[in-house]
Design a protein around this ligand. Structure first.
Ligand code: HSE
Length: 409
C-alpha cells in the first residue's frame, strides 16, 4: 500500500479524492500498489463528508508520518504551499501539484530539492488541466529541438471570447454570465488580465528551453479591451480573436555555442484565421500547439480546467511517483534564467482602428495598408505590417484620437 495525503480540500483536492475513489482498480493496477488517502489537510472541517475522519489541520501530522510517501498539493497560491512543499520534499516525500503559481515562481528550486532527496516534484495539472502536456514535453519529445509553443491556456477567457463571438455580446455582459455559470471567479483578474496564462506559458517555455523563463519577463495583455465591434471586424475578415500564450525561440542563436539564444514570449489577444490550428478551439477548452524540428507540428487538446480533469492529471502524477519511489524522474529545467527578447523587437502585422478624421495620415505613416471595411461610420480600419512593436508604437503617436490595435498571428 502507498499512503498519500491531500493538502487543500477545495475543488481540485476533493476531485483528487473522488478520482481515486472512483477509479480505484485502474489506479491501483497502474501504480502496482494500493493508493490510499490517509490524510486530508485543510483549515476547515467537513462534517458529513465521507472522508471527514481523515481531515487534519496540522501539516506536521503528515510530514512526521513515515508512511506518507506522496502529497498532492492542491491549495494554490504561494504561501503556505511553498513552505509545505519544501518541507515535504526535504523529507523525501514526493509532491504532485496543480499549483501553476508556485511552479512558475519556484519550479527549479523545488525540482532541485526533490533531486537531492530522491523524490519527485510533478506538476502535470499546472498547465492545461487534464491535457497531458508536461509529460509529452518532458518524456515524449526528448529527441526534438522544440522551437515554438503556442497555446490557448486559459479556459475562462476562451469561454468569454467564444461567447462574445457567437452572441455578438460585449466583454462585461459575457463576463457576468461566465461568473453566474461558475466558469469565471468572482475576482476574475488573474484570468482576464492574462496572468494565469502567463504563468502557464512560463512553465512550458522553461521546459522547452531547459532554462528558467521568469513569468515577470513575459509581456502580458488581457482581454478586457476586446469589444463586440472587434469581433465584427474579425468576422468580416474570416478571423476570430483568441488569447494566445506564445513562447518562440528567436532563430539567430549560434547553433553550437547557443550564444545569443533568446526567446520571444507573450500573452495577448490575437486575430487568427481558419488556417491557424487554434481557430477551432472553443469555449472552456484549451489547446497547445508545439513545433519540433524533426516532428514538425503536434497538438494537445482537451479540458484545460475543472475539478475532475485537473484532478485526473494530479492522480496520474501520483501513479508516476508510486512507480518511482526513491528515484527522481529527470526534468530539464535549470535555475539559470533564459533571456527573453524585448517585446519591442517582435515583428508582426497589426489590425488597427483609427478615427475616420485621421485616415489621411495612414498612408504616409504606414505606406501601403490593407483597408478593412469600417464597422462604425466614425472609423477607418486597416491591416499594416510586418513591422516591429517599437516601430508601430512610434507611428501611432502621430494620431491624436484613440487607436485600437490587435495583433495578427
Ligand atoms: N482559471 C483557470 C482557467 C483554471 O480558466 O483556465 C485552470 O488553471
Amino acid at each position: 500500500m502507498i499512503q498519500i495525503a491531500v493538502i487543500g480540500y477545495g475543488t481540485v483536492g476533493s476531485g483528487v479524492v473522488e478520482v481515486i475513489g472512483k477509479n480505484t482498480q485502474e489506479i491501483n493496477k497502474k501504480a502496482a500498489e494500493e493508493v490510499y488517502v490517509k490524510y486530508i489537510l485543510d483549515l476547515r472541517d467537513f462534517p458529513g463528508d465521507p472522508y471527514e475522519d481523515r481531515v487534519v489541520h496540522d501539516i506536521d501530522i503528515l510530514l512526521n508520518d513515515p508512511e506518507i510517501k506522496i502529497i498532492c498539493e492542491t491549495m494554490g497560491g504561494i504561501r503556505p504551499a511553498y513552505d509545505f512543499t519544501k518541507q515535504a520534499l526535504s523529507r523525501g516525500i514526493s509532491v504532485c501539484t496543480s499549483n501553476k503559481e508556485l511552479v512558475a515562481s519556484h519550479g527549479p528550486e523545488l525540482l532541485r530539492i526533490a533531486r537531492e532527496h530522491n523524490c519527485n516534484y510533478l506538476f502535470e495539472a499546472s498547465v492545461g488541466g487534464g491535457i497531458p502536456i508536461i509529460r509529452p514535453l518532458n518524456y515524449s519529445l526528448t529527441a526534438e529541438k522544440i522551437d515554438s509553443i503556442v497555446g490557448i491556456l486559459n479556459g475562462t477567457t476562451n469561454f468569454i471570447l467564444s461567447k462574445m463571438e457567437t452572441d455578438g455580446a460585449d466583454f462585461g455582459t459575457v463576463l457576468k454570465e461566465a461568473q453566474e455559470k461558475g466558469y469565471a471567479e468572482r475576482n476574475p483578474e488573474a484570468d482576464v488580465e492574462g496572468y494565469d496564462a502567463c504563468r502557464k506559458i512560463a512553465i512550458l517555455s522553461s521546459l522547452m528551453t531547459g532554462k528558467n523563463v521568469r513569468f515577470e519577463d513575459i509581456y502580458t495583455e488581457g482581454i478586457t479591451g476586446i469589444t463586440a465591434a472587434d469581433f465584427k471586424y474579425a468576422a468580416a475578415m474570416g478571423m476570430t480573436i483568441k488569447l494566445l500564450a506564445i513562447g518562440t525561440m528567436v532563430p539567430d542563436a549560434d547553433p553550437v555555442s547557443k550564444e545569443g539564444e533568446k526567446l520571444y514570449a507573450c500573452v495577448a489577444p490575437f486575430m487568427i484565421d481558419q488556417n491557424h490550428p487554434l481557430y477551432f478551439v472553443h469555449d472552456v477548452f484549451n489547446a497547445v500547439y508545439v513545433h519540433g524540428n524533426m516532428l514538425g507540428d503536434s497538438m494537445y487538446y482537451g479540458r484545460g480546467a475543472g475539478k475532475l480533469p485537473t484532478a485526473s492529471a494530479v492522480v496520474a502524477d501520483v501513479v508516476d511517483c508510486a512507480r518511482h519511489i526513491g528515484k527522481t524522474i529527470m526534468c530539464f529545467w535549470d535555475s539559470e534564467n533564459m533571456e527573453v527578447a524585448p517585446m519591442d523587437d517582435r515583428v508582426g502585422r497589426f489590425f488597427v482602428r483609427v478615427a475616420a478624421a485621421e485616415a489621411g495620415q495612414v498612408k504616409s505613416l504606414f505606406g501601403s495598408v490593407t483597408e478593412v471595411e469600417a464597422m462604425e461610420d466614425s472609423e477607418f480600419a486597416f491591416i499594416c505590417g510586418p513591422l516591429s512593436e517599437a516601430e508601430f508604437a512610434t507611428k501611432v503617436e502621430a494620431f491624436t484620437q484613440p487607436v485600437k490595435r490587435i495583433r495578427l498571428a
